[in-house]
Design a protein around this ligand. Structure first.
Ligand SMILES: Nc1ncnc2c1ncn2[C@@H]1O[C@H](COP(=O)(O)OP(=O)(O)OP(=O)(O)O)[C@@H](O)[C@H]1O
Length: 628
């Protein structure tokens, strides 16, 4: 192992010059306009995932041309190594959970904060896009893990989740959750007396008739959307699985007329998140009935009534738009294989395949053109040149948060495509979005709660530093009341008020960080303790080893503390901890390093025997570095 690492290190050093060279390749594919303005916002977050060798590749003695070493992806093409640097790299040993924890979890959290968020899986055919998003029989995909996380975090049932699943194939958008217009069985049974060619023809016709093609429209506020797309509400993981199965079933019905269609179509799975409690101002307008009085005789009366009805219709439409604008969408996009159309033409050599490849190529080449134009900050971005880019307009250089997971194969036979993928992922990382919070109806409350939270933290510590007889008894009544509702409100962290620009948001966050820092500094001074170093996210056993702490002892200690609070908690696979207690209004998911820190700090600062349950929860929460 050490020898392997040394070899890789050497190869990294010896390829330092190549790095400069490959950086220049990268920059040559994204030449910067001289003097272009610096756009403030969030870059598209990119990650690279290398899949393991497949059995069939091992059988033909294919050799690995790609290695991942820390944040470097090292590709060997014609004996010449090239290095690409990325912030998130997952090697062949990573599973979907690792990808979720390392990159996608923050996308889910962003959507809960009120941002429209998109996760794009980009890469050539068979590089692992679908495996990452949808998983396999033996492994959950990042989509399922995201749903899991969302459902767990919605313990108070304040949020509603609705799912849609669409496919873009040959530039046409189809709804994978809408029932087909006729039954497939009916057609296949009826067609049994036909020859194979005639049956294929009938089936093709049936498929194109039974699957409704949808239009894309652009709304002035919402941006491009598919008006008639079906959304299905889900409450449990089982509901989600049923929706996914339904969509996949429809997708496979469509595949009968185009083998492995899924490889050449784009699929967009959307989780629409909204609050259960709709503001009254909207509910009223939504319930407006539109009268159709057919007994009118007087023309004048008719025209007045028709105007009234139109106004009602407009008010209803407006209310619906307002409601839509307050929903957040978390999209998972499984793109078609990114290889060049030439390969399709060569491998298939058929006319219909040619048309198909042109469409796929149109979508993907437009996607590349859009990425290219955005990275160069050009004025015209060709979003409308393909259905895919039109629908993803807000996710590419718009107001959404975007994550791109580029999947690559280790095989030496496809190294050109792998390098292509890495180049586009590199370009995508230079694109800046300006994310806007979409759900404006809690903003002021959240701002106030954050301030209140910081103030209470300070109050709590000050009380503690004066030997703390009982936190509760020294707190103001207001503080006690606020503390009760803080957890609940922060959990449902949908904003209220006008949309905040990401700049403002960063500014607010920075201010809050400064306040936090100041409070911590004050506390450190008061407690005369040296500043503690923050723990990095490491596996539990590693932290325990470095700190010479017995992790089972820590588990036990946490168990004891929690048993004062609730009996409803569980240890997760990654040694994190999930606490449920509706009665106490807590729903805490701590990672291993967070709760180790929390337990240690708790023990150093508090005497559990002199505290109420509520105080224990507050104190524990206060010490969690990274509450998720
Ligand atoms: N990380 C992984 N671990 C194990 N097997 C994987 C992994 N990634 C991909 N595979 C396997 O590789 C094969 C191709 O993967 P997948 O279908 O996800 O590719 P894809 O990029 O979605 O292809 P396409 O563009 O054709 O849809 C599948 O058999 C899948 O199970």
């Amino acid at each position: 192992m050490a020898r392997r690492l040394n070899q890789l290190r050497k190869s990294t050093l010896s390829t330092h010059d190549q790095l400069t060279c490959s950086s220049s390749i990268l920059s040559s594919s994204s030449p910067r306009t001289p003097g272009k303005k610096v756009v403030k916002g969030d870059p598209i977050i990119t990650g690279i995932r290398l899949r393991p060798f497949l059995e069939r590749e091992s059988l033909i003695d294919d050799i690995s041309a790609v290695q991942i070493f820390e944040n470097n992806v090292i590709c060997t093409q014609n004996g010449r190594p090239q290095i690409f640097k990325f912030t998130n790299c997952f090697d062949a040993s990573a599973n979907n959970k690792d990808v979720y924890d390392g990159m996608i979890r923050s996308a889910v959290l962003a959507s809960l904060q009120g941002y429209n968020t998109t996760v794009l899986a980009y890469g050539q055919t068979a590089s692992g896009k679908s495996h990452s998003i949808f998983g396999s029989s033996s492994e959950e995909g990042i989509l399922s893990l995201s749903i899991d996380n969302l459902i767990t975090m919605n313990a108070n049932h304040h949020l509603k989740f609705e799912l849609s699943f669409l496919e873009i194939y040959n530039e046409k958008v189809t709804d994978l959750l809408a029932a087909p217009t006729t039954s497939n069985e009916h057609v296949t049974n009826k067609s049994t007396s036909f020859s194979k060619t005639a049956r294929t023809h009938i089936l093709n016709k049936f498929v194109s008739n039974s699957i409704r093609t949808l239009e894309i429209r652009e709304h002035p506020v919402l941006g491009p959307y598919v008006p008639d797309l079906k959304y299905i509400q889900v409450k449990t993981k089982e509901d989600f699985q049923n929706v996914l199965n339904l969509g996949n079933q429809q997708r496979s019905v469509a595949s009968t007329n185009a083998n492995q269609r899924s490889s050449r179509s784009h699929a967009i799975f959307t989780i629409k998140i909204s609050r259960i409690d709709i503001p009254q101002s909207i509910t009223k307008r939504l319930s407006f009935g539109v009268n159709s009085n057919t007994n009118l005789t007087n023309t004048h009366k008719t025209s007045i009534l028709s105007n009234l009805n139109n106004n009602k219709k407009n008010a209803k439409q407006q209310a619906q738009d307002e409601l839509e604008a307050q929903c957040v969408r978390l999209n998972f996009v499984d793109l078609a294989g990114s290889e060049k159309s030439q390969q399709f033409i060569r491998s298939k050599g058929k006319n219909d395949r040619f048309a198909e490849s042109i469409h796929i190529n149109q979508s993907l080449s437009t996607l590349r053109n859009v990425i290219d134009a955005l990275s160069r900050q050009q004025h015209h971005i060709p979003y409308r040149d393909s259905s895919l880019t039109y629908l993803l307009k807000n996710s590419l250089g718009g107001d959404a948060k975007t994550y791109m997971l580029a999947t690559i194969s280790p095989s030496s036979t496809v190294i050109d495509e792998t390098i292509n993928t890495l180049r586009y992922a590199g370009l995508a990382a230079t694109i800046t979005n300006v994310p806007q919070i979409k759900t404006p109806h809690l903003r002021h409350e959240i701002d106030e709660l954050r301030e209140e939270n910081a103030r209470l933290k300070q109050e709590l510590f000050l009380v503690k530093s004066k030997s703390m007889p009982s936190i509760h008894s020294t707190m103001s009544t207001n503080s006690k009341t606020s503390l009760t509702s803080i957890d609940e409100c922060i959990q449902t962290s949908f904003y209220n008020g006008p949309p905040v620009s990401s700049e403002e948001q960063i500014d607010n966050d920075e201010k809050l960080d400064i306040v936090d820092e100041e409070i911590l500094a004050q506390i450190e001074n008061q407690c005369h303790r040296p500043k503690r170093q923050r723990l990095s996210e490491q596996p539990l056993h590693e932290i325990a080893k470095v700190r010479k702490i017995d992790d089972t002892m820590l588990h036990r200690r946490l168990g004891t503390i929690l048993s004062y609070v609730t009996s409803d908690y569980s240890i997760t696979n990654d040694n994190g901890i999930l606490v449920f207690s509706n009665e106490l209004n807590i729903n805490v998911r701590m990672s291993s390093s967070s709760w180790i820190n929390a337990v240690e700090k708790f023990d150093q600062n508090f005497d559990i025997n002199s505290m109420t349950q509520k105080e224990i929860v507050i104190a524990l929460n206060m010490f969690v570095d990274n509450q998720e």
